[in-house]
Design a protein around this ligand. Structure first.
Ligand code: ZN
Length: 114
């Protein structure tokens, strides 16, 4: 029952891909429970479960607000590229095939407008 919102969001993400970015940014951390943030900066790729972010920052925060405050643990800069992933791995690796992913940074919509 409480999964209704999540499965809707998941459906939208798998259909729209990067086009779902705006919707995902407005979602609360608690609504994204079970998904992963993939952060790229310097030579590092860091995977952060949304469940952990929700526990640290509070599940009622919008992803957008949290994204703007994320910093690379190595260089202190905002991460250059960020994806929301359904599964930990965005590209095929050993194990189960990857799910959908939505690129959040740089935002495709904003790049088009600029
Ligand atoms: Zn860095």
């Amino acid at each position: 029952m409480q999964d209704e919102g999540i499965s809707d969001l998941s459906k939208v993400c798998s259909r729209l891909g990067d086009g779902a970015g705006q919707l995902v940014r407005l979602a609360r951390l608690v609504d994204l429970d079970g998904y992963w943030l993939e952060l790229h900066c310097c030579a590092n790729i860091r995977l952060t479960p949304l469940r952990m972010l929700a526990r640290q920052k509070g599940g009622q925060h919008q992803l957008d607000a949290v994204l703007s405050r994320l910093r690379c643990k190595t260089c202190g800069a905002p991460p250059a590229r960020v994806w929301l992933n359904e599964t930990p791995h965005r590209t095929f690796n050993h194990g189960p095939p990857p799910g959908w992913s939505v690129q959040l940074i740089p935002a495709p919509a904003m790049a088009q407008r600029a």
